[in-house]
Design a protein around this ligand. Sequence first.
Ligand code: UDP
Length: 330
Amino acid sequence: MTKILVTGGAGYVGSHACKALAAAGYEPVVFDNLCAGHDWAVKWGVLEVGDLLDRERINEVVAAHKPAGAIHFASLAYVGESVTDPGKYWRNNVTGAINLCDALAAAETDAIVFSSSCTVYGLTKAPFINEAEPVAPINPYGNTKRAIEIMLADYEVANGMRNTVLRYFNAAGCDADCEIGEVHDPETHLIPLAIAAATGDRECLKIFGTDYPTADGTCVRDYVHVTDLANAHVRAVGRMLDGGKSDIFNLGAGAGYSVREVIDAVGRVVGIPVDVIDDARRAGDPARLVANISHAQQSLGWQPEHSSLDNIVSTAWNWYRAHTVAAQGA
Ligand code: UDP
């Protein structure tokens, strides 16, 4: 079987990608330091515990497995923390990516898929963002993502290592079989927080900003199901292994929902209205971030098939219940 190195494969999007890779006949090799990932989430392929800041360890794992390609998820991803501790983000995200690319280059692995983010577009005003939109990240997390995108182009020139950059919009939802799901500590994402507020596991949900220039005054985002994201990675890997050229793809559902619309969907699916309180804007939140996904549809032959808002929220709710019950040992 063709081995694919998956850094961060014990994390939320990474573990869903491993499931999709295995279903497509690949053998994932997960490399994860388990600082945000979970060993229980590695259910497809082996887990090699290691930190990308440890050059020897990543060199050893790549040399041992000789993967045909790599998907690089491993990254610190809290925007707020990146503002207060930029060194931690630059050191971890960028140095980690350098060490990974060096290890891949030494093993002559010539294809990498990189998890980037729509955060590289900054405060864009484009209603539907395509890949040609100027990039202008506005926080250290986004800067590290953009820096790695630039760096990958340099590795291609030097080593012939082709890259596919996937810029995610809002990853959401969970595996339909509830084998894996979203577990962040701390949790900062809207949908799991709204579910916890509906069930009473958290007091109430703060709506960050109600005076945006949107229909209901709250931010509009493009929520894409994590299973759809996972499938896009499989397509990107296949394209790279077939000799495809380096490219950049936006991955979203191509539709926008406001914070209030998401909260209404959570109330509907859970069957209990979400207790909310209007709060101040969160620093660095653009009013609207919605993808134009035609490039991924045309060039990867990909469709966001699982990304209706109700399916996203239903799968997140199923996982929340399963995980909460499991965590309580019931
Ligand atoms: N949001 C909110 N309250 C929360 C968490 C998030 O109002 O407790 C809003 C946030 O301002 C943004 C949207 O929900 O407009 C999605 O935020 P999330 O953190 O889930 O993803 P992000 O867009 O930051 O990647």
